[in-house]
Design a protein around this ligand. Structure first.
Ligand SMILES: Nc1ncnc2c1ncn2[C@@H]1O[C@H](COP(=O)(O)OP(=O)(O)O)[C@@H](O)[C@H]1O
Ligand SMILES: [Mg+2]
Length: 270
């Protein structure tokens, strides 16, 4: 669905990617991890055609980005960190309509599509409510609906959950998982360990290179000494568990997704 082929990219003197190749498959949920400044947003800008590689080709759904920029951009919905910087109107329905207006949908089709999207994000019947009355998490769900308005095949979220509390993050993650089950390709940039368990694959961006890991494999690596600094916020419970693990070499690998169970097993062993 997204293919990068031998990409070279620099900002003036600063090289960000050198011969980077990457293939993301249709219908998979990826999280992208990397320290601040590692080039995550730059990678997205290349995929969106906002920045151009010096060498190499990018394909979106088998279309060459250089050859057909607008067709490629139509395949991608984007959600950013701060919903207030993305939202342009003050009525829920108008906000979604705004994303569709430039594409000349007739109004009946548009209203039908708006209702479908509101249902998708759990906002059924809330068409006329004021956006300014929504919570941060609700606003971010609305941004997802707007991003989906033109039926993209790919949804990319650049730290879109970072301003939310755990409850709202969970609602968003559950929504993303549901979208993935319907065939959407998802790329989520995050710093939260808990969000990784929802994805199929973790992409680790370091020194301009990308390494793939299954989420469980990554957890295991975090538990053992070979921990790399990849800009993840580790919950205190995880750090404590890891400390004990390193001292006792208990096998916690079956519990890596479940901090409560990990804690229980550790408690029993004391
Ligand atoms: N427009 C730009 N001009 C010059 N340097 C930039 C520009 N945008 C980003 N950078 C630099 O490129 C590196 C990667 O940035 P970015 O892709 O934003 O990283 P991330 O999203 O992982 O935090 C950083 O060192 C950043 O300072
Ligand atoms: Mg960034």
């Amino acid at each position: 669905m997204i293919k990068l082929d031998d990409i070279d990219f620099s900002y003036e003197e600063k090289t960000i990617f050198k011969k980077l190749s990457l293939t993301l498959e249709k219908g998979k949920f990826y999280t992208l991890l990397g320290k601040n400044g590692s080039g995550k947003s730059t990678l997205l800008k290349l995929i969106l055609g906002i920045e151009k590689p010096k060498n190499g080709e990018i394909y979106i759904d088998n279309i060459n980005l250089r050859a057909n920029l607008s067709e490629c951009q139509k395949q991608i919905g984007m959600v950013f960190q701060n919903p207030d910087e993305q939202i342009v109107t003050d009525i829920i329905e108008e906000e979604i309509a705004f994303s569709m207006e430039n594409y000349g949908l007739e109004s009946k089709a548009m209203l039908k599509k708006i209702d479908e999207l509101l249902l998708e994000i759990g906002f059924e019947g809330r068409n006329d409510e004021k956006v300014s009355k929504l919570s941060g998490g609700e606003k971010q769900r609305l941004c997802i609906a707007s991003a989906l308005a033109l039926d993209p095949k790919i949804l990319i979220l650049d730290e879109a959950t970072s301003m939310l509390d755990p409850h709202n993050r969970k609602i968003i993650l559950t929504l993303l998982k549901k979208l993935k089950e319907k065939g959407m390709t998802i790329v989520l940039i995050t710093h939260h360990l808990k969000e990784i368990e929802y994805c199929d694959e973790v992409l680790l961006l370091k020194n301009g290179e990308i390494d793939f890991k299954g989420p469980k494999e990554l957890f295991n690596r975090l538990l053992t000494k070979g921990l790399v600094d990849i800009g993840l916020d580790l919950p205190v419970a995880f750090k404590v568990a890891r400390d004990i693990y390193l001292r006792t070499e208990m096998d916690l690998s079956e519990d890596v997704f479940n901090l409560n169970k990990m804690g229980e097993n550790l408690w029993k062993s004391l």
